[in-house]
Design a protein around this ligand. Structure first.
Ligand code: HEC
Ligand code: HEC
Length: 442
């Protein structure tokens, strides 16, 4: 049974490699990949390795990770004592939120992406306004719609709660003395609005005292980041298949169902209908060009041409604003609270270009690892299911309100079977979960 339809066969010159294996579910199956496809499959094999974070000195410290796990699940760090990171990043849902938009103190304007696998990202947030996990973690604690707290209040909390204080000091050494209310008010944080009492309280503090609070606050975030670095998954069925394919291990090919194998063929393209096929090295055009490498992301931002939704801000500029925001972050990798502001790893930030119209409504390419564990999908929870995502890409029937669709995307002629196959492949990207101890409050 030849499962690649003729319209998708590669140029006659390409060598066709036929693989036969017992899939179990559908009996003996042959899937044919071109050489080009095999190379691309190999380039996606994982799981990805964990990138170093020299800007966080405790990134790989187990004690910091244990403290971070405590903080991640701790609702004391919120305005109403009820919101923790896990409120919107549910371990039972791939550390993402089953709701389109998330509700903490208020309701957010974008969908919550997964904390599972976030350690693989180069940029954090849909618009990449942070360049590290610890920069990211400082955001929600002070965001009025999320935890609704402020850094000075949390510094006091850590000083006053014996369990938090002990865990903090074991990793970072003695806390500063915050007991003088004249110097350290209960609530204070920087802000743009001069009438905001929090910002006024912050302005009234000395620079040294503000620095002491920032230090504690960034350390809390670094502990959370150390925990999140452990929230990465191991090999998926796809990885086992890719390894078997590379090694000529026919029995190992059974790791993917026949449908998922066909879907993989579609994902890596080399499709004669692709208008960019001849210039593929330069231009791409298939799923794998953006969902590239073992993390299944190019780590960059694209406008995929999603249309408006009535629950979203139609003017969301995405990466266009994210570029300026990440440069301006107090807690970025080149800033005062970075543990390696000059590290080569921070060059991506140092040499970040100016925003251009290409960045309008461009959002981060998410890793597709563990994608079936989460949903809804896209930066605004546009689609409830992977089937809907695949229909979107195949038909490209939507038009963006802002900016324009990335030129790399083109409608793909996919029938019902093709679409189901692509979904079967996406469902084979769930990796082995980390230790169960990491998936709940300590
Ligand atoms: C009220 C819901 C809510 C809470 C609480 C919350 N988050 Fe999020 N989180 C979100 C949303 C929404 C986004 C996306 C925002 C954006 O991109 O503009 C996000 C983004 C992230 C990301 C970026 C992932 C990526 O791929 O870019 C990480 C990591 C993350 N949150 C971790 C945390 C941590 C750690 C905490 C606790 C300190 C936390 N979140 C608290 C809703 C929440
Ligand atoms: C031009 C680059 C590009 C190409 C090509 C591309 N994607 Fe994406 N993909 C993205 C970006 C960017 C997003 C996030 C878009 C947003 O939220 O605005 C995304 C989101 C997704 C998501 C949702 C993941 C999540 O966590 O929300 C899935 C699934 C997905 N893509 C699958 C595919 C498949 C299958 C193909 C091929 C048919 C494909 N992509 C082709 C860039 C691309």
């Amino acid at each position: 049974m030849l499962l690649v339809r003729p319209r998708r066969l590669a140029a006659p010159a390409a060598l066709l490699v036929s693989l036969t294996a017992c899939g179990g579910d559908e009996g003996a199956v042959a899937v044919t990949y071109t050489d080009v496809q095999r190379e691309r499959i190999a380039s996606l094999a994982g799981p990805p390795s964990l990138p170093d974070d020299p800007t966080n000195a405790v990134a790989d410290d187990p004690e910091a990770a244990a403290f971070g796990q405590l903080l991640f699940f701790d609702p004391r760090l919120s305005a109403d004592g009820e919101v923790s990171c896990a409120t919107c990043h549910d371990p039972e849902h791939g550390f993402s939120d089953p709701a389109r938009l998330s509700t903490g103190i208020g309701t957010t304007g974008r969908h919550a992406p997964p904390a599972l696998g976030a350690a693989w990202n180069r940029w954090q947030f849909w618009d990449g306004r942070c360049d590290s996990l610890w920069c990211q973690a400082t955001g929600p604690w002070e965001a009025p719609l999320e935890h609704g707290g402020n850094r000075t209040r949390f510094a006091h909390l850590v000083a006053e709660e014996p369990d938090l204080r002990a865990a903090y000091e074991a990793v970072f050494g003695p806390l500063p003395d915050l007991s003088d209310p004249e110097r350290f008010p209960a609530d204070a944080a920087p802000g743009d609005d001069p009438d905001d009492p929090l910002a006024q309280a912050w302005e009234a503090m000395t620079e040294a005292d503000r620095d002491a609070v920032n230090r504690v606050f960034s350390n809390l975030a670094k502990a959370v980041a150390a925990y999140e670095r452990r929230l990465v998954t191991g090999p998926s069925a796809f990885d086992r298949f890719a390894e078997a394919l590379a090694e000529g291990d026919d029995a190992g090919l059974a790791a993917l169902s026949p449908a998922a194998r066909r879907g993989l063929g579609l994902f890596v393209g080399d499709n004669p209908a692709n208008p960019f096929r001849e210039t593929v090295d330069a231009f791409g055009g298939d799923c794998w060009t953006c969902h590239a490498g073992s993390a299944l992301t190019d780590f960059e931002f694209h406008n995929t041409g999603l249309g408006p939704r009535d629950w979203l801000d139609p003017e969301d500029p995405g990466r266009y604003a994210g570029i300026e925001l990440v440069k301006a972050q107090t807690f970025n990798g080149t800033g005062r609270y970075s543990d390696a502001p000059d590290a080569a790893a921070t060059d991506v930030l140092r040499y970040l270009r100016e925003p251009s119209s290409e960045d309008l409504a461009a959002f981060k390419t998410p890793s597709l690892r563990d994608v079936a564990r989460r949903g809804p999908y896209m930066h605004g929870g546009h689609f409830d299911t992977l089937e809907e995502v695949v229909d979107f890409y195949a038909d490209l029937a939507e038009s963006p309100e802002l900016g324009h669709r990335d030129h790399q995307l083109y409608p793909i002629d996919l029938d019902e079977q093709d679409r189901a196959d692509l979904v079967a492949f996406l469902e084979a990207l769930d990796g082995e979960l980390p230790d169960a101890d990491l998936l709940r409050a300590p």
